[in-house]
Design a protein around this ligand. Structure first.
Ligand SMILES: *[C@@H]1O[C@H](CO)[C@@H](O)[C@H](O)[C@H]1NC(C)=O
Ligand SMILES: *[C@@H]1O[C@H](CO)[C@@H](O)[C@H](O)[C@H]1NC(C)=O
Ligand SMILES: *[C@@H]1O[C@H](CO)[C@@H](O)[C@H](O)[C@H]1NC(C)=O
Ligand SMILES: *[C@@H]1O[C@H](CO)[C@@H](O)[C@H](O)[C@H]1NC(C)=O
Ligand SMILES: *[C@@H]1O[C@H](CO)[C@@H](O)[C@H](O)[C@H]1NC(C)=O
Length: 537
């Protein structure tokens, strides 16, 4: 890229942008046909969303800096979008696939995403972001391996398994949507599923003595889960792109939208073992199991699957605090992860975000700093680019809790490129929150019970915390993160609880650079769909 930057001519830059963004780095092509099809996650037939006939959809397996060309044909009878949870679109929120950045793909039409997994490693997933389609499936794994020249802080595992687990409803997405639209909360889910299947439908086969990597994501709609493997320890190696200190865990709490990578050694007597997920912090506990099958297994699973942690918040918060980055390991680049001294950089701004559950016009809504997000008729990114007035206004969500009643607004927060924000998520409710921001990772510097104050900063971990893209906030607690605003674009900040997200607990962060340069942000792609007031532009 360095050479490309030095060229003065606009025309040359035009031509080279294409070459730079893609020329040196390999391409991977995916062609996806999105259809409805019969699935049986909880034993009953349901109409799910399939990608190329599969649920979960095909896994994306990329290497840092690869260019991915993903053609998506929408064979549903509803508009559709895919988004990439945790996969940063550097300079390219045009490809983010949420309704604030992209027009939904109309039924019977296609759209080709062109994205580069620039400077990123780790384990993520993609999912349908529009119209509550996530409740119908349509998700899949997304992993980004290190380039061969970059050392990875553990030996290559004998196998690499993806586990997409989460809660599931027997009611379909249009029925669930109708419940939410009518102003009610969703009922408790009907079950948990693992890779699209209910209990014991899925088997992971291992050879005794060998070590395997498991990448586990919570792709559910409303509940945290706990993950464990009977009789086996898990060595944590990666958290959403950060190589973690390799601590050993016997079970892991995984909140909505989060992903962990662990190494598991098949070091037990040759038989079959339960792989278990169960709901966390719910009065009724749902459980689903898969099988860890030793290839030389002498017996099938027996007895009841091991139970999850019985202690609640304290145990979980201790575990969250134990997640550390390995300072000497490399990330996507060869330099050690500790060479970026995130704790020594002065923050340029503090943003405090408080969630609430206001009733507005007689309907249940969810809000951040009292603003409950409502989509505009035009994607915000397009409105911004074409300067279409009246779609949104900057500053339509305050930087601090207001304590006032909730109101509806297409909320967009302005942010300066190259700023360094301290964001404090404050949760005064007795429900667990999980927050995600597109296009960025952040350093989880602190979390604790009670109310955050300036004095809470004294206990921040400014040395070796993990950097990730989705973080939990415990009930009546706070979580603080430091976030480099290093990606120009229009980015969705949202609850990963899909009902809350749908009912307004989200907003957009417009990271802006006055330079208006293609070094900071790519121009609008030539295939960008137009809709709403962007039609004709
Ligand atoms: C998508 O799949 C459906 C059902 O199998 C098929 O009828 C249709 O032709 C496919 N479309 C594309 C673009 O492959
Ligand atoms: C996808 O859409 C483009 C136009 O945007 C069209 O040229 C192409 O034929 C379409 N592909 C398929 C498989 O329908
Ligand atoms: C969802 O189920 C309802 C019946 O409960 C049905 O009317 C509707 O067509 C279904 N939606 C889809 C997308 O299958
Ligand atoms: C940290 O990473 C280094 C590689 O730089 C590796 O040798 C070491 O085992 C890792 N340590 C822990 C505790 O994860
Ligand atoms: C941070 O701010 C303090 C004063 O508030 C200043 O002394 C220090 O040099 C700054 N550090 C950096 C890295 O800019």
């Amino acid at each position: 890229m360095g050479e490309c930057r030095r060229l003065g001519s606009v025309l040359f830059i035009l031509l080279l942008l294409v070459a730079c963004a893609s020329g040196e780095d390999p391409y991977r092509f995916y062609n996806w046909n999105v259809t409805y099809g019969d699935i049986y996650p909880l034993g009953v037939k349901q109409r799910g969303i399939l990608i190329n006939g599969q649920f979960p959809g095909p896994q994306i397996e990329a290497v840092t800096n690869d260019n991915l060309i993903v053609g998506v044909f929408n064979s549903l009878d509803e508009p559709f979008l895919i988004s990439w949870n945790g996969v940063q679109q550097r300079r390219n929120s045009w490809q983010d696939g949420v309704y604030g950045t992209n027009c939904a793909i109309p039924p019977g039409q296609n759209f080709t995403y062109v994205l580069q997994v620039k400077d990123q490693i780790g384990s993520y997933f993609y999912f349908p972001s529009f119209a509550f389609h996530k409740a119908a499936g349509g998700y899949g794994g997304f992993k980004i391996a290190s380039r061969s020249v970059i050392p990875v802080p553990f030996p290559p595992p004998a196998g690499d398994f993806t586990i997409l687990a989460g809660d599931w409803y027997k009611r379909n997405h249009t029925d669930l949507r109708a419940i939410l639209d009518s102003g009610s909360d969703l009922p408790f889910p009907d079950g948990l599923i693992i890779n699209g299947r209910g209990s014991n439908a899925y088997t992971f086969t291992v050879d005794q003595g060998k070590t395997y990597r498991f990448r586990i994501s919570n792709v559910g709609l409303t509940t945290s889960i706990n993950f464990r493997i009977e009789g086996h320890k898990m060595l944590l190696v990666e958290v959403e792109g950060t190589h973690a200190l390799q601590n050993t865990y016997s079970s892991l709490d995984i909140h909505l939208g989060q992903t962990y990578s662990v190494l598991v050694t098949a070091d037990q007597p040759a038989k079959d073992y339960y792989i278990v997920v169960s709901t966390r912090f719910t009065s009724q506990v749902l459980t689903a199991t898969s099988i860890l099958h030793y290839s030389n297994s002498a017996s099938a699973v027996s007895g009841t699957p091991p139970g999850g942690p019985t202690t609640q918040i304290d145990w979980s918060i201790e575990q969250a605090r134990s997640l550390r980055r390995n300072l000497t390991a490399s990330g996507p680049r060869p330099n050690p992860q500790g060479s970026y001294h995130y704790g020594l950089i002065n923050t340029t701004r503090t943003i405090r975000l408080e969630n609430s559950a206001p009733v507005i016009n007689g309907k249940q809504r969810y809000a951040i700093n009292s603003v409950s997000f409502i989509p505009a008729d035009t994607p915000l990114k397009l409105a911004d680019y074409f300067k279409i007035p009246g779609v949104f206004s900057l500053g339509s969500i305050p930087d601090n809790p207001t304590g006032g009643g909730g109101y509806l607004q297409t909320s967009v927060m302005a942010a300066d490129f190259r700023g360094y924000a301290e964001i404090v998520f404050e949760n005064p409710q007795d429900t667990l929150q999980s927050y995600h921001i597109d296009g960025h990772n952040f350093f989880v510097v602190g979390m604790d019970g009670g109310k955050w104050s300036a004095a809470s900063r004294l206990n921040y971990n400014l040395r070796d915390t993990i950097s990730r893209c989705t973080v939990q906030v415990y009930p009546n607690s706070w979580t603080a993160v430091y976030m480099p605003l290093d990606n120009v674009g229009m980015w969705n900040m949202r609850s990963e609880n899909w009902a809350r997200q749908y009912l307004g607990q989200q907003f957009y962060l417009r990271v802006y650079s006055p330079a208006n340069s293609w070094r900071d942000e790519y121009p609008i792609p030539s295939n960008a769909l137009r809709c709403g007031r962007a039609v004709g532009h």
